[in-house]
Design a protein around this ligand. Structure first.
Ligand code: SF4
Ligand code: SF4
Length: 93
């Protein structure tokens, strides 16, 4: 199995993934339909809830779902901080 990388850095070490504010999320499902990486799913166990099942599949520096979420419920980390972390990881490699 090949390890997924971003610019040579192991993807699972890069902290770039969406966070959902469940106080704002209306469970409309648009993020699930929008993200081709299948980062999200809708769970229906105890009422519908959007769950991030594949955080490492989120494309580094993509903010597509954040932009289309009608409730403004999705956020990602800061680009600057993430770039610093990637640079540091490259130095350590
Ligand atoms: S698009 Fe936004 S409001 Fe709709 S399910 Fe996703 S996180 Fe919730
Ligand atoms: S930012 Fe892009 S790749 Fe990441 S979960 Fe959202 S739509 Fe998918």
């Amino acid at each position: 199995m090949t390890e997924e990388t971003y610019g040579g850095t192991p993807r699972d070490k890069i902290p770039w993934d969406p966070k959902i504010d469940y106080q704002k999320c209306t469970t409309c499902g648009k993020c699930v339909d929008f993200c081709h990486m299948k980062t999200f799913t809708i769970e229906e166990k105890n009422g519908k809830k959007i769950t991030i099942i594949n955080p490492n599949r989120c494309v580094v520096f993509c903010r597509g779902c954040e932009d289309i979420c009608p409730a403004g419920a999705i956020t990602h980390p800061s680009e600057e901080e993430t770039e610093k972390i990637i640079e540091q990881l490259k130095k350590e490699a």
